[in-house]
Design a protein around this ligand. Structure first.
Ligand code: PEP
Ligand code: MG
Length: 574
C-alpha cells in the first residue's frame, strides 16, 4: 500500500495511531435511480425500516443524555422525534417512491428540498430557522438508508478511531465530550475556531485545514496523526509506525511527568504567584479543572449551554447549572461570561439573525438587542452568586455606551431580585472582555469603569488582523505574535495596572507554553486556559526568572519584523 503524508494546521497536540472513519455529509451523496414496479413494496419497507431505526437511535441518545446528566439537550431530541412522525417526513416520501418509482433516499431528499423551500418563504425568522431540525432528521434517515449507520456503531475501541470530516461544528464537537476518539482531522477550520478550541479541551490530537483529506483518505485506512506538527501519515510503513509508536510513548511519558507538579504552588523564580485559571464550556469540565488543580474558573463559555437544543434554557435551569459549578469550586473565583452567541457559535438565540457574521449581531450586541434573553441570564447568574465567588464577564464590548447599558440591565436585574427578596451578591464584580481593538486601544477608559479585564486574544487577533479565525484559507496569516497584537495586549495590561484592576488573558495564547514567558515578562499574572494546558504552562512559570524575561519581553515588544519576533521568542524560552 502506498504511504504518503498530508499537512494541515495543528490545533491540539499529541500523537494518535489508528484507523480512519470518514464522517460524511449524507445529503451530498444522494443519487437518484429508478426502481422496477415489483420492487416498490421493498423500497417502501426499506424506508419504513429506516424511520424505525432513526426513532430507536433518537430514543437511545435521549436516554444516554439523561443518564449523563445532560438533560438540557433532551428537548432537542424530542423535537426530532416529533418531526419523524410528521406526515411530511413519514408519509410523503412513500407517495414519491410509489408515484415516481424512485429510490427511498431520493424520495426523502426531494421531500426535504420541498420543505426547505416552504420554510424559506416564511416571514418569521424564528420559524424559518426551524428548517435546520428538519435537515438533521432527514440526514439521519438518509444515513441509515445509505448504510452509514451500521458502520457507526461498529467502534469497539474509540481511542483508535480517527474521525475525518469536511468540517465539524462546535455543536458536534461538544458531543465528542461523551466519547474518547483517538483524533480528528477536518478539511476546513482555523487554529482558533471554536471547533479547534474544543478539540484542545478534549485533549486529543487534532488537525484542521487538511485540504482534500476526504478525497485522499479512505475509510479504514491506517493513519498516524501528529498533532504537534500538523502531519497526517496515511498507510505508514512499519518503520514509520515504529518511529511514531516511540514518539507516542515519549509524549505520554512527558504528560505523566507533568502530573508531579500538579500540587506545587505556581510561582516564578522571583516568588511571584501566578494564577492559572480554567476555561470551561459545560459543567462536566469541572472534573478536569479539579484534576489539574486550577485556581478557579477564568472563563465559563455559557453559550455552550444554549447549543444543540431548540429552545433557550430558562432562568431556573441556568441558575441550577451556575450554582452547581460555583458550589463545586468552593471559594475559588468563577468568571461567568454572559452569552457569546453568534458567528461560529450558533445557538437558539441566533435565530433572529439573518446574517450571522463575526462582525454582526453577536455576543453583548445580541444580548442588548434581546433584553429579555439577557435579563434571564443575568438573574440566573446573580442568584447563583449567593453560593460562591461568581464574577460576571461581558463579551465583545466595543464601546463604553454598551458597557453602561449592560450595567444598567444588571442593576435592573438586581432590583427585580431584591423586590422578590431573593439573595445575591450585591457587590458582584463586572469585568469586560478586551477582544475588539478599539477597546484594547482605549483600555484605560474601560479599566476605569470595569472591575477586571480579560483579554480574549482569539478574537483580538481576528479583529486586529482582519482574519476570520474559522477560515482555513487565511489561517497562515492568523498570527498571535503580530506586533500590533502584542502592543494591544501590552496596552491593556498597563491600563489594568494604572487603575489597579486585575487583568487576565483567557484566549488561547494563555494556554500556549511557548508564550508563557513573554506574557509573564509583559506583566501578566492571570492565565485562563483549557485545563489540559495547565500543567505545561505551570512548568514554564516555575522556570521563569522575572528580571530576565522582562528585559526580553520589552525587546520583543519593540520588534516589528515577524522573523525577529520568532527568534526572540526562542531566546526567551531558552
Ligand atoms: C477569545 O476571543 O479569546 C475568547 C476567549 O473568547 P471565544 O474564544 O469564546 O470567542
Ligand atoms: Mg471571543
Amino acid at each position: 500500500m502506498v504511504s504518503f503524508n498530508i499537512h494541515g494546521v495543528p490545533v491540539s497536540n499529541g500523537i494518535a495511531i489508528g484507523t480512519s472513519h470518514l464522517i460524511s455529509n449524507a445529503l451530498l451523496e444522494v443519487v437518484q435511480y429508478d426502481i422496477k414496479k415489483t420492487k416498490i413494496d421493498f423500497e417502501v419497507k426499506r424506508f419504513k425500516k429506516a424511520l424505525l431505526i432513526v426513532k430507536n437511535e433518537l430514543i437511545r441518545i435521549k436516554k444516554q443524555l439523561l443518564l449523563d446528566s445532560n438533560s438540557q439537550f433532551a428537548p432537542f431530541i424530542d423535537t426530532h422525534l416529533m418531526l419523524l412522525n410528521d406526515n411530511n417526513i413519514s408519509d410523503e416520501p412513500i407517495h414519491t417512491i410509489k408515484n415516481q418509482k424512485c429510490n427511498a433516499e431520493w424520495a426523502i431528499k426531494t421531500q426535504l428540498d420541498l420543505i426547505i423551500e416552504r420554510f424559506n418563504q416564511i416571514d418569521d425568522p424564528y420559524i424559518r430557522e426551524r428548517k435546520h431540525d428538519v435537515v438533521q432528521v432527514a440526514e439521519r434517515i438518509i444515513k441509515v438508508l445509505l448504510g452509514h449507520q451500521k458502520k457507526k456503531i461498529k467502534f469497539k475501541n474509540e481511542s483508535s478511531v480517527i474521525l475525518v470530516a469536511q468540517d465539524i461544528s462546535p455543536a458536534d464537537t461538544l458531543q465528542f465530550k461523551n466519547h474518547k476518539y483517538g483524533a480528528f482531522i477536518t478539511e476546513m477550520g482555523g487554529t482558533n475556531s471554536h471547533t479547534a478550541i474544543l478539540a484542545r479541551s478534549l485533549n486529543i490530537p487534532s488537525i484542521v485545514a487538511v485540504r482534500n483529506a476526504k478525497k485522499l483518505i479512505k475509510n479504514n485506512d491506517s493513519l498516524i496523526v501528529d498533532g504537534n506538527q500538523g502531519i497526517v501519515i496515511i498507510n505508514p510503513s512499519s518503520a514509520i509506525l515504529e518511529e511514531y509508536q516511540y514518539k507516542q510513548n515519549l509524549w505520554e511519558m512527558e504528560q505523566k511527568k507533568l502530573i508531579k507538579i500538579r500540587n506545587i504552588k505556581c510561582k516564578t523564580l522571583g516568588n511571584e504567584t501566578i494564577s492559572l485559571l480554567a476555561n470551561i464550556e459545560v459543567p462536566d469540565d469541572i472534573k478536569s479543572v479539579k484534576e489539574n488543580n486550577a485556581d478557579g474558573i477564568g472563563l465559563f463559555r455559557t453559550e455552550f449551554l444554549f447549543m444543540n437544543r431548540p429552545s433557550l434554557p430558562d432562568e431556573e435551569e441556568q441558575f441550577k447549572i451556575y450554582k452547581s459549578v460555583t458550589k463545586s469550586m468552593g471559594n475559588l473565583p468563577v468568571v461567568i461570561r454572559t452569552l457569546d452567541s453568534g458567528a461560529d457559535k450558533n445557538t437558539a438565540a441566533d435565530n433572529n439573525n439573518k446574517i450571522n457574521s463575526v462582525l454582526g449581531l453577536r455576543a453583548i450586541r445580541l444580548c442588548l438587542s434581546e433584553p429579555h434573553l439577557f435579563t434571564t441570564q443575568l438573574k440566573a447568574i446573580l442568584r447563583a452568586s449567593a453560593f460562591g465567588n461568581i464574577r460576571i464577564l461581558i463579551p465583545m464590548l466595543s464601546s463604553l455606551q454598551e458597557l453602561r447599558q449592560t450595567k444598567m440591565l444588571i442593576e435592573r436585574a438586581k432590583q427585580s431580585l431584591k423586590n422578590s427578596k431573593i439573595k445575591f451578591n450585591d457587590k458582584i464584580q463586572v469585568g469586560g472582555m478586551i477582544e475588539v481593538p478599539a477597546v484594547a486601544i482605549n483600555a484605560d477608559m474601560f479599566a476605569n469603569e470595569l472591575d477586571f479585564l480579560s483579554i480574549g486574544t482569539n478574537d483580538l487577533v481576528q479583529y486586529t488582523l482582519a482574519i476570520d479565525r474559522t477560515d482555513d484559507s487565511v489561517s497562515h496569516l492568523y498570527n498571535s505574535l503580530h506586533s500590533a497584537v502584542l502592543r494591544l495586549i501590552d496596552n491593556t495590561i498597563k491600563a489594568g495596572k494604572k487603575y489597579n484592576k486585575e487583568v487576565a488573558i483567557c484566549g488561547e495564547m494563555a494556554g500556549d507554553p511557548k508564550l508563557t514567558k513573554l506574557l509573564l515578562g509583559m506583566g501578566l499574572t492571570q492565565f485562563s486556559m483549557h485545563p489540559a494546558s495547565m500543567l505545561i504552562v505551570k512548568k514554564q512559570v516555575l522556570s521563569s526568572d522575572p528580571k530576565k524575561i522582562k528585559i526580553k519581553a520589552n525587546k520583543i515588544l519593540r520588534s516589528i519584523e515577524p522573523d525577529n519576533i520568532e527568534s526572540l521568542i526562542q531566546d526567551i524560552n531558552k
